[in-house]
Design a protein around this ligand. Structure first.
Ligand code: ADP
Length: 610
């Protein structure tokens, strides 16, 4: 049984503090199908979020589930299914793949049971089996809702919270979904709470909660709704609510509910066709006389018994509570998430083409700038057998040439590094922010933030490797950039990895993918001027910002690999800032990668449903 006692939720701070829910008292037995209705903005979704434990704000009151106080002991992830308003499936996966991934992430496979077969049965249950191999992006609105339900059913949760799963559907699809929810509740002995703005199928629910401006105005059988509110049909309910203040509705309900429900029970006992005998267990308050007192006029004998049937049921439910399905290990979740990311990547042709374009196009861009200058690097010579005048002329020529080549080498290395940091920002800027709500949903279902971040790191690592190594090899061999190749490759790879990791961290904190992308691009934009490679920075500014500029460390490290070259001293003089030793550059870049991943992990741990 789920019981809410005086649940209140405040949002805002100081003078702007507002209650979104006030003193909500409700209780629901197992196997019950409940509609939560009320005008838009009355707090229906907020109530579901409070129950699911994902509401943001300050909560008061207690919520208990099968006798457990949820503020002390949270739901086990497999106990609760939450179908939010937004889509929780990736567009590039098929319906079957979505259910399979949901199952691998949430439930340990049972020995002797084929997960494939289980997923097929679930899809059949929600009547989506015929569309099992269709991509999510081509499913209709109704099919997407069914899929969302299927993805929740993989862990066979004892409670299912459904937020507006019928909104925007045609009447037929809406009927079907409501029927399906009723079946899920009754056949699986589940508590199903469904937020809906639609009053079309209201009689199919076992009970109806009417919320109005954050308070409970009614919780009882649908067939007595019109009587209680004195309206001809449920469609007139919302306009009737507007005729009284929220406080009046709440007080009226608190005052009359016990007698009202007892009367209903008495009527139902006489008429066995009506089966809704298990209703609320609210307590009356001593509040002032309600405004709607006259609306309550059901004539019936008062039952002598104290209507406590629900409490007995709650004990029974507790005893028969099943063992919760255990959650797969962190490694198992990591490999599922990694496999899913790779599949989505290879299925999205545009993304694939863009990546190939970047990997092969950017080194070409660098090569265009290097084309005329770099072949001279190898040919740079000074013949000292000549007479003094010629020697001086040669030396002058050498200095001029070396200076030009030094600038060119420094510029080309920086260009390479900047393009790699740009690829890094492009790799990960949107990665988490774009699927934030899916992540939140999956965290609620037991997915660990560490497994998630590790799967992103592994996937992005492949991109970083391909982009950086190809860039390094291409420039080294095609443009004949001198220096120690392996160290250059490592430094280029680390520059890309550092930016990828930092932008992944940014992505985990940003509210939208667009904002995350923008901030990541700005970060790349600052790399060049703040690196000091092109324009010298004031000493104090350089010392402050340099530790954070990945491009500087990579550029500086790569230039240090040219130490054996004759014109290295000239490179040092044309570089506008001092160069740091290669090992230090490697360590600083490595630290950037670790810090970026840590920020991403912290960002993913935070709850962000809005
Ligand atoms: P609905 O009944 O339509 O599902 P909601 O529960 O989504 O309504 O929202 C109830 C009210 O609370 C709305 O007016 C909404 O704007 C407001 N609200 C929801 N979440 C927040 C929040 N985090 N901070 C401030 N106001 C909020």
């Amino acid at each position: 049984m789920l019981q809410l006692d005086d649940v209140t939720l405040f949002v805002g701070k100081g003078d702007n503090i507002t209650p979104l829910l006030a003193d909500v008292r409700l209780s629901f037995p197992q196997g019950h199908f409940v509609a939560i209705i009320g005008p838009s903005g009355c707090g229906k979704s907020t109530l579901l979020k409070v129950i699911a434990g994902v509401a943001q704000g300050e909560e008061e009151g207690t919520i208990s589930w099968n006798g457990r106080n949820l503020s002390e002991e949270d739901f086990s992830p497999s106990e609760i299914g939450y179908v939010p308003q937004f889509s929780i499936a990736h567009d590039d996966l098929t319906a079957m793949e979505c259910v399979q991934y949901a199952m691998s992430l949430r439930v340990v496979a049972k020995p002797g049971v084929s997960p494939q077969e289980e997923c097929r049965l679930i899809l059949e249950k929600v009547r989506l089996h015929e569309a099992a191999n269709r991509l999510v992006r081509v499913l209709s609105g109704g099919q997407k809702r069914r899929l969302a339900l299927a993805m929740e059913l993989v862990s066979s949760p004892a409670m299912l919270l459904a937020d507006e799963v019928t909104s925007g559907l045609d009447p037929n699809s809406e009927d079907e979904i409501v029927r399906l929810l009723a079946k899920i509740a009754h056949e699986g002995n589940r508590l199903v709470l469904s937020v809906t703005h639609s009053l079309q199928n209201i009689e199919m629910y076992d009970s109806v909660v009417v919320l109005y401006q954050g308070v409970v105005a009614y919780h009882g059988p649908a067939e007595f709704l019109t009587h209680y509110f004195q309206v001809e049909n449920p469609q007139k309910l919302y306009s009737q609510l507007g005729n009284q203040s929220a406080k009046s509705w709440e007080q009226s309900w608190q005052k009359h509910k016990d007698a009202f429900l007892e009367s209903i029970r008495a009527i139902q006992d006489e008429d066995p066709v009506i089966e809704n005998t298990e209703m609320v267990t609210f307590e009356s308050t001593e509040d002032e006389a309600p405004v709607l007192e006259e609306s309550f006029d059901i004539e019936s004998e008062k039952s002598e018994e104290n209507p406590k049937t629900l409490e007995v049921e709650a004990e029974e439910v507790e005893e028969t509570d099943p063992n919760f399905a255990s959650i797969p290990s962190a490694y198992s979740q990591f490999s599922t998430l990694f496999g899913r990311r790779l599949r989505i990547f290879f299925r999205n042709r545009m993304q694939l083409l863009l990546q190939l374009g970047l990997i092969f196009g950017f080194p070409l861009l660098v090569a265009v700038f290097a084309w005329n200058g770099l072949p001279q690097v190898k040919n740079l010579s000074m013949n000292l057998d000549l007479d003094v005048v010629h020697q001086l002329m040669e030396a002058k020529d050498f200095l001029v040439q070396a200076s030009k080549i030094g600038s060119l080498v420094s510029g080309i290395v920086m260009f390479q590094v900047i393009l790699l940091t740009l690829m890094g920002a492009n790799n990960s800027g949107r990665e988490i922010a774009a699927e934030r709500l899916i992540l939140e949903k999956e965290k609620l279902a037991g997915v660990r933030a560490a497994s998630y971040v590790a799967s992103k790191a592994a996937f992005l690592g492949i991109l970083v490797f391909a982009q950086s190594i190809w860039m390094g090899l291409f420039i080294h061999f095609i443009c004949q950039l001198p220096g120690e190749l392996m160290m250059q490759l490592l430094l280029l790879l680390l520059a890309n990895a550092a930016m990828t990791a930092i932008c992944l961290g940014i992505s985990s904190f940003m509210p939208t993918a667009e904002q995350a992308s923008l901030v990541s691009i700005y970060l790349v934009g600052f790399q060049l001027p703040l690196s000091g490679a092109v324009l010298a920075l004031p000493q104090w500014l350089g010392d402050i910002v340099r530790p954070f500029i990945a491009a500087y460390w990579s550029w500086s490290g790569v230039l240090q690999t040219l130490k054996g070259e004759r014109y290295y001293d000239i490179i040092q003089t044309v570089a506008q800032t001092h160069l740091s030793p290669t090992p230090l550059c490697v360590w600083v870049l490595f630290l950037h990668v670790l810090v970026g991943l840590f920020i991403a992990w912290v960002g993913c741990q935070r709850t962000r449903w809005e």
